[in-house]
Design a protein around this ligand. Sequence first.
Ligand code: ADP
Length: 213
Amino acid sequence: MTQTNAVRPLFLSFDGIDGAGKSTQRDLLTQWLGEQGHDVVLCRDPGTTEAGERVRDLLLHRKELDLHPRTEMLLYMAARAQLVDDVVRPAIAAGKTVLCDRYLLANIAYQGHASGLELEDVRSVGKVAVDHVMPDLTILLDLPEDVAFPRLGKNLDRMEAKGVAFMHRVREGFLKEAEVYPHVVVVDAAQSIDAIQTAIRSAVTKRLKELAR
Ligand code: ADP
């Protein structure tokens, strides 16, 4: 059957604790979406823009810096504001499908649930940073921290170096948020790479159908 329907672009983000398989699944999904006719733009948050990449370096690689959770949160938000204005909003306006490695949900889990900032404060600052640009769908790859942590190797970045107990709080935070926000779909990331990809594709297909209504 020939596909005659115009492709509906999508803003999709991946989230979950480090080592859950975000990069692996994002690459597979990018290929599939391309085959479906989507013009895919990849981005990572923090990062992608020049300013955002510098902030990313500060946040993840300057381990000598002792950043307070509030400082961390604001730096992530600043990088995100730049990403929205320079990359995400223009891509959506041009009819492209955006796949973003992490987004606002990560701050709510990491600096809110796991580091103790008031969730409503993080959400309020988040509102300013995203300026109404929110994902149509967030794939939350859920994996126990004791499975994810050993996957990270020896060279841990500043966030990964916070350890397994911290990752546990992040994971719990993500799951609590998923109960609140219907655009967040939890995928069991303890399955095989192929099985996870199948679950992600079916979540994407379902969301595209909902958006087409
Ligand atoms: P993230 O981007 O979330 O940090 P990655 O995609 O980089 O995660 O995966 C972390 C490591 O785990 C990589 O070495 C990857 O090959 C491996 N991995 C990813 N998905 C699976 C899976 N379903 N089962 C086993 N290993 C996996």
